[in-house]
Design a protein around this ligand. Structure first.
Ligand SMILES: [Zn+2]
Length: 142
């Protein structure tokens, strides 16, 4: 994997465009690496992009409840908090930091988005076997 742009030796940035993921040079406006699969951990080291994790879910009851619970405020205040014109940026950082923070936020059950679009997988997909085990558990309760 190239660590710098092969044309200008500039920094590379993670990029998502539809179903393409890769590393992009903002100076040359060229993809240095492009794939149909999400990027891997190795690419995080090269990626110089700064990502923002932004809270979403205005009007979403579950999100409001979670925020009230986490922040120790009432539902009304949590609703007000989410109803804001300015985006609520929880974290700002490189690909690696974003990965760690986004995983934690996901586990806390909060809804968020990442900008620019994050070309890495936050939570790996469940295998069919894992899904089957959960299906079995659900069936047993029915
Ligand atoms: Zn370049």
């Amino acid at each position: 994997m190239e660590e710098k742009c092969s044309y200008c030796k500039g920094n590379l940035y993670g990029k998502t465009d539809g179903k393409s993921y890769g590393l992009y040079c903002k100076t040359c406006k060229k993809w240095v690496y492009k794939s149909e699969e999400l990027l891997k951990e190795e690419e995080m080291e090269i990626d110089k992009e700064e990502y923002e994790i932004i809270l979403i879910g205005e009007g979403n009851e579950k999100q409001i409840e979670r925020i009230a619970q986490i922040a120790g405020i009432n539902i009304y205040m949590a609703g007000q908090y989410l109803r804001t014109e300015k985006e609520i940026v929880l974290y700002k950082g490189n690909a690696k930091e974003t990965y760690k923070n986004a995983r934690n936020i996901t586990k806390k059950g909060l809804l968020y988005k990442i900008e620019p679009e994050y070309p890495y997988e936050i939570l790996r997909k469940m295998t069919d076997e894992e899904k089957e085990k959960i299906t079995d558990k659900i069936r047993k309760t029915l």
